[in-house]
Design a protein around this ligand. Sequence first.
Ligand code: HEC
Length: 182
Amino acid sequence: MKLRGVIAGVMLVPSVAMAWPWSTDMMNQPNIKPQEGTMAPFPTRSIPIQGLGPLVANREETREMVNPISATAESVKEGRVLYKIYCATCHGTTGNPADAPVGGKIGAIALNDDYVQQTMSEGWIWGTITFGSYVMPSYGVPRAREDSRGSNDLSVEERWHVVNYIKHGMVKDHAARTAAAK
Ligand code: HEC
């Protein structure tokens, strides 16, 4: 009986101890709690944890974007792999939709011709991949199109790798492929 009383007493100690005037709670520190005070503005050039998501709202705004990833051999190689997975079914293995199973039927444009190679900006190609086009689905922003056709399968960097492949590897690949077929 006596022992039980002691145990019960000991078990009460922690809760009582917290109530002493000198006991403090680790939570109460001189820092700013969530929702407390005015939120400090983000430092300039800070980046969201998801990375540099599309900083643009639509394809129009991508036209002048500067490609941040230089067209190194690695980037072009990565872009080639992604292009074959995501684009070749419609635009052809090396940019000619006539080589693609469905490209000609749905009006996919040639990517290895002068229009894309000389005239189209890298930003616009990135923007087309990101937001899709009239028929083409989007690969960077799900539901970017009115009919909700699209995904976010390709990261920001992956889309630039594809751009690098189109601008710096595709024409060479197409020439090699055409030569091999002869
Ligand atoms: C489902 C078929 C399909 C796939 C897959 C596809 N495209 Fe397209 N793409 C099209 C069609 C069709 C057009 C032309 C009509 C339009 O603009 O929607 C086009 C147009 C384009 C244009 C030209 C846009 C313009 O302003 O004229 C570019 C650049 C392009 N695609 C790049 C790509 C890249 C890069 C990929 C892979 C990430 C890709 N496409 C995947 C069907 C596709």
